[in-house]
Structure formats: structure tokens, C-alpha cells
Write a protein that binds this ligand. Structure first.
Ligand code: NAG
Ligand code: NAG
Ligand code: NAG
Ligand code: NAG
Ligand code: NAG
Ligand code: NAG
Ligand code: NAG
Ligand code: NAG
Length: 399
């Protein structure tokens, strides 16, 4: 009788039964319960050793426990030891600390804590989960994350392979806490890190410096305007870097060099705010050449206005309206230097003039006198020359 498929199916999911209950037991439902108990008898007996917490659904066959949308304020106690996948999502847990998982769950590998109101993540929170591989903390409001939040304890390396932190920070300032935790967490095995949707404007220096196994880094849907060079250099195993949906305007030469020096890297750069002015030229040249950027054909200029929505790959250098001659900075400084020298020479010249003002005055007088003498001599000569004519004329007229 118990070998029919019905008891197996109904035994897959067990809902935790609260103490007390309804009290009013109608005869009909009693009969129904009796029938059900009778039918699932064998499965029930097996599950008795591993009770399911209140507010959760447990499946020992799937080794899964779900406690979803139950306004829980903390991690349920007495989780079945077999649990491999645990989802405590859409609840009201605000703090996680060392004692939150106070039983050792040797097989727990997949932990979902997304969509809680998580604010505080204390030290060694996951130390009792030695097999934890996938941790999802998305859609929370983390305002404090201990440097040691992901540390297992001692010098041990955390077993985490995937860490999902999409929209998990209270605001972008909290990235500094997260950066500390990523650096100190001994996340030497981490392969995938999702930091999308956190309004990040800035990536703290060295935040990725202790993740030697990271293969996939998702920084999409943030507000990054630039990528500093050196920020990804320690990620020796990086395979995909997602920078879509940011506000990137340009990428500097040094950053391009960083990308090119990572063998096997794929970068995604779509949905950004590329500024197609003169300064983007090195990036354009690199982009047309490289195979690293997988979505290069979808990149569009967003500025200046007349270039809007033009594909970056179709932009010609002549479209960029570069001034005909751009001084490089060393030339610029030498021009500034030249200007200063010329100004100095001018000042010294004026000073010399001022100090010699008497001599110059004298000199000018001398010249003036000389001129006057000369002019007078000329005038005199003119008068002498003119005289006879004048006298002639006057004598003629007189006559
Ligand atoms: C949570 O449960 C409430 C009713 O109890 C329901 O209205 C709501 O849609 C559920 N939310 C999710 C995310 O499942
Ligand atoms: C969480 O708790 C707050 C009050 O503390 C309540 O207003 C809110 O509905 C709760 N949210 C969920 C998902 O239970
Ligand atoms: C953990 O998993 C292993 C292998 O699947 C299994 O043999 C063991 O019984 C499980 N431990 C618990 C406590 O269920
Ligand atoms: C983030 O929140 C903290 C705490 O409320 C606040 O001090 C800080 O100024 C906020 N940062 C930003 C960029 O809004
Ligand atoms: C965390 O790492 C930073 C930089 O590596 C270090 O300065 C700091 O002391 C570390 N904090 C702890 C608690 O280990
Ligand atoms: C981007 O992030 C915001 C939160 O910062 C989120 O509300 C939004 O759904 C995300 N958009 C996409 C397309 O993932
Ligand atoms: C960037 O690199 C390209 C080629 O590698 C070079 O021609 C260009 O001058 C560089 N630009 C700057 C600003 O260093
Ligand atoms: C560029 O595309 C966006 C979205 O497709 C559109 O709203 C905008 O008007 C376009 N701009 C121009 C200049 O075509």
C-alpha cells in the first residue's frame, strides 16, 4: 500500500507544523489527516529524525530547505543536517554574525540570503559552513561588513566559489567595507563575484588584490566613469569582465595595456557614455584592433551631440575634430618655461632702463640738442639760400 507513488510525492515537501495549531478539529479533516498519515507513514518515519524548522519547507530528497517570505528575523534553528541548499529569501533578517549559523552544517553548499533587510555582516559569519560554495546576498542593505566576514577562521582559505552581491549595499560608500572583506576573507578559491547594481562610482585600490582564482567579475549597472589602471592587475585568472551599464567616457592607454596583458580576457563595455572627442583616439585605435572587447560593435558615442548613437567602430579619426596641432605636455611645459624666461628678460630690461633714467634723459637731451643744432644749421642755410630770391622778388615787386 505505501509503495504507491502518491506517498512519495506528498512526502517530497514537508511544511513545518507549529505548536498549538488550530484546536478545532473537525471530524472530516481528522479523517483526512488519518488517511494522509497512513499513506505517507514510511516517509514520515524517515523524516522524523531530521525535523523541519517552523516557517520552512524541507525536502530531504532534494536536500533543500526553503524558508521564503516568512518575515523571519533570524536564521531558523535546528536545520536538518542533510541540507545542501538553503534559501532564506524575502525575509527580515537584518544582522548575521558568528552565532547565526550555530550548528555545523557539513553539506551546506548553496546559501541564498537575497531580499532580506541585511545591514550588518559580522566576523566569521559562515565559519560553521565548511562546504559553502555559493553565497547570494543580493538585494540587501549592507551598511557594515566586517573585514573578517567571509573568513572561516585562522589561516584557512574560504571554500566560497561564487559570491553574489548585486544591489546589496546600503549606498556606494559601503564598498569600502566590502573591499576590506574581499581582501581579508581568504577568498583564494573565489571564481565569480557579482557587484552589479550597487551605484559604485569608485573601486577602492587593491580591492581585488586577494582573489587569485577569480574568473568572472560583474561590475555592470553601476556608475563608474573611469577605470583606474592597476585595479584588475592581480586578477591573474580573469576571463570575463562585465562593465556594461556604467558611465564610462573613455579608457586610458594604461588601462588598455592592463587589459591586453591579461591572456584570455573578455571584456564587455556596452551601454556606457563614450565621449567621441579627440581624447578617445587611442581607445578607438585599440578597439578596432582588439579581440578582447566582445561587444565592440554595440558601443555608441553619447557625446558630443552630433556624434550621438554613432557606432564607435565607424568613427574615423577625422570625425573627432582634433585641433590640428596638439602639444604634448612636455612641449607645453617648455612653452611655459620660455614664457617665464621672456617675462624675466623684459623685467630686467625695464629695470635697467629705470636705473639709468638720468643717463637716458641726458642722452635724449643730447640727441635733441644735436638735432636742434642740425636743424638750425639747415634752417639757416635755407634762409641764406632763400634770401636772394626773396630780395629779388621784393625788389621786383617793389619796382
Ligand atoms: C510574500 O507573501 C505575501 C503574502 O503573504 C505576498 O503578497 C507577496 O507577494 C509575497 N512576496 C514574494 C516576493 O513572494
Ligand atoms: C520587515 O519588517 C518591517 C517592520 O520591521 C515590516 O514593515 C515589513 O513588512 C517586513 N518585511 C517583510 C518582507 O516581512
Ligand atoms: C553529506 O553528504 C554526503 C555525500 O553526499 C553524505 O554521505 C552524508 O551523509 C551527508 N551528511 C549529512 C549530515 O547528511
Ligand atoms: C552612505 O550612507 C552613510 C550612512 O548613512 C552616509 O554617512 C554617507 O554619506 C552615505 N554616502 C553617500 C555617498 O551617500
Ligand atoms: C585587512 O586587510 C588590510 C589590507 O590588506 C589590512 O590593512 C587590515 O589590517 C586587515 N584587517 C584585518 C582585521 O585583518
Ligand atoms: C540596476 O541596479 C538597480 C539598483 O542599483 C536596480 O534597481 C535595477 O533593477 C538594476 N537594473 C538592471 C537592468 O539590472
Ligand atoms: C596611447 O598609445 C598609442 C599607441 O600605443 C600612442 O600612439 C599614443 O600616443 C598613446 N597616447 C597617450 C596619451 O599616451
Ligand atoms: C540616440 O538613441 C537614444 C535611444 O535609442 C534616443 O533616445 C536618442 O534620441 C538618440 N539620439 C540621436 C541624436 O539620435
Amino acid at each position: 500500500m505505501a509503495s504507491s507513488p502518491v506517498p512519495l510525492l506528498s512526502g517530497l515537501w514537508r511544511t513545518g507544523s507549529g505548536p498549538g495549531g488550530d484546536g478545532r478539529v473537525v471530524k472530516g479533516s481528522l479523517l483526512l489527516v488519518l488517511v494522509v498519515v497512513h499513506l505517507v507513514g514510511s516517509v514520515w518515519a524517515q523524516s522524523e529524525q531530521t525535523p523541519c524548522p517552523l516557517s520552512c519547507e524541507c525536502s530531504d530528497i532534494a536536500r533543500t530547505v526553503k524558508c521564503v517570505n516568512k518575515t523571519l528575523h533570524e536564521v531558523p534553528r535546528n536545520l536538518p543536517a542533510y541540507v545542501k541548499n538553503l534559501f532564506i529569501t524575502y525575509n527580515n533578517i537584518s544582522t548575521l554574525q558568528e552565532t547565526s549559523f550555530n550548528e555545523v552544517l557539513t553539506n551546506l553548499s548553496n546559501l541564498g540570503l537575497s531580499n532580506n533587510q541585511l545591514e550588518d555582516l559580522g566576523r566569521h559569519t559562515f565559519r560553521n559552513l565548511p562546504a559553502l560554495r555559493h553565497l547570494d546576498l543580493s538585494n540587501n542593505k549592507l551598511a557594515y561588513v566586517s573585514d573578517l566576514a567571509f573568513q572561516v577562521g585562522g589561516d584557512l582559505s574560504s571554500p566560497l566559489l561564487e559570491l553574489h552581491l548585486s544591489s546589496s549595499l546600503y549606498n556606494e560608500s559601503m564598498i569600502f567595507f566590502m573591499a576590506g572583506a574581499l581582501q581579508n576573507g581568504s577568498l583564494r578559491n573565489l571564481r565569480k563575484l557579482d557587484l552589479s547594481g550597487n551605484n559604485l562610482m569608485y573601486l577602492p585600490t587593491g580591492m581585488f588584490s586577494s582573489l587569485p582564482s577569480l574568473k568572472h567579475l560583474d561590475l555592470s549597472n553601476n556608475t563608474l566613469v573611469s577605470v583606474r589602471s592597476g585595479i584588475f592587475t592581480h586578477l591573474e585568472s580573469l576571463e570575463t569582465l562585465d562593465l556594461r551599464q556604467n558611465f564610462l567616457k573613455n579608457l586610458k592607454n594604461t588601462t588598455l595595456l592592463d587589459f591586453s596583458s591579461q591572456p584570455g580576457l573578455s571584456v564587455f563595455l556596452g551601454d556606457n557614455s563614450w565621449v567621441c572627442d579627440c581624447e578617445i583616439e587611442p581607445f578607438l585605435t585599440w578597439l578596432k584592433d582588439t579581440t578582447i572587447v566582445k561587444d565592440s560593435s554595440s558601443l555608441l558615442c553619447s557625446d558630443p551631440e552630433k556624434m550621438q548613437n554613432v557606432s564607435l567602430l565607424s568613427v574615423k579619426v577625422s570625425d573627432l575634430e582634433c585641433p590640428p596641432f596638439i602639444m604634448d605636455t612636455s612641449l607645453q611645459t617648455s612653452y611655459v618655461f620660455l614664457g617665464i624666461v621672456l617675462a624675466l628678460i623684459g623685467v630686467i630690461f625695464l629695470l635697467v632702463l629705470y636705473l639709468n633714467r638720468k643717463g637716458i634723459k641726458k642722452w635724449i637731451y643730447n640727441i635733441r640738442d644735436a638735432c636742434r643744432d642740425h636743424m638750425e644749421g639747415y634752417h639757416y642755410r635755407y634762409e641764406i639760400n632763400a634770401d636772394p630770391r626773396l630780395t629779388n622778388l621784393s625788389t621786383n615787386s617793389d619796382v
